[in-house]
Design a protein around this ligand. Structure first.
Ligand code: ADP
Ligand code: MG
Length: 167
């Protein structure tokens, strides 16, 4: 699904709509350049999980955990030099049915992530139509548990359609 948002608030709302469909054990890969909106997205997602704590970028800590209706592990793997470090920080134990795991720069460590995952790529449009706050948000489902939710996801994200071709 290729989607478009026009503000940080709208990216949060889009993530919140996705958040209504996530469950424990889910992994979400977030990709996009610095400042694209990965942490902004995570804030919206956290709201849907009933997390009231403020989401702080885990750039330096690599991982932060939050308690909610469903718990959240929020990772930013930008500073990891080797795939092995992901295992060293206990990534394999983090992914379990009690929490949702969101990985900023997940594309960099994609080989080490479960195949069953939602991918969200956030980009600035090549030619902004109206403002610098526009983002193209590409959402794709991978693996059976997400395929199962695909129709529901498309319905939830329909308000943000308009980024071009379907996934
Ligand atoms: P990242 O985690 O990808 O480095 P952040 O979410 O920390 O990015 O920062 C994104 C910045 O861009 C924030 O300052 C946010 O307010 C701004 N922004 C402007 N428009 C948008 C948009 N449509 N979606 C997300 N963030 C946006
Ligand atoms: Mg970030």
């Amino acid at each position: 699904m290729k989607l478009r948002t026009g503000s940080a608030g709208e990216t949060e709302a889009l993530a919140e709509a996705i958040g209504a469909l996530v469950r424990g054990g889910d992994v979400i890969l977030l990709a996009g350049d610095l400042g694209a909106g990965k942490t902004t997205f995570t804030k919206g997602l956290a709201r849907a999980l009933g997390i009231t704590d403020t989401i702080v970028s885990p750039t330096f800590t690599i991982v932060r955990e939050y308690e909610g209706r469903v718990d959240l592990a929020h990772l930013d793997v930008y500073r990891l030099d080797h795939l092995q470090e992901l295992h060293d920080i206990g990534f394999d134990e983090l992914v379990d049915d009690s929490r949702v795991t969101v990985v900023e720069w997940g594309d960099v460590v994609a080989a080490a992530l479960p195949r069953d995952r939602l991918e969200v790529w956030i980009e600035l449009p090549a030619i902004p139509e109206e403002s610098d706050d526009e983002r193209i948000v590409s959402v794709s489902v991978h693996g059976p548990s997400w395929y199962e939710r695909r129709a529901e996801l498309e319905r939830a994200l329909a308000p943000y359609a308009g980024g071009g071709a379907a996934c």
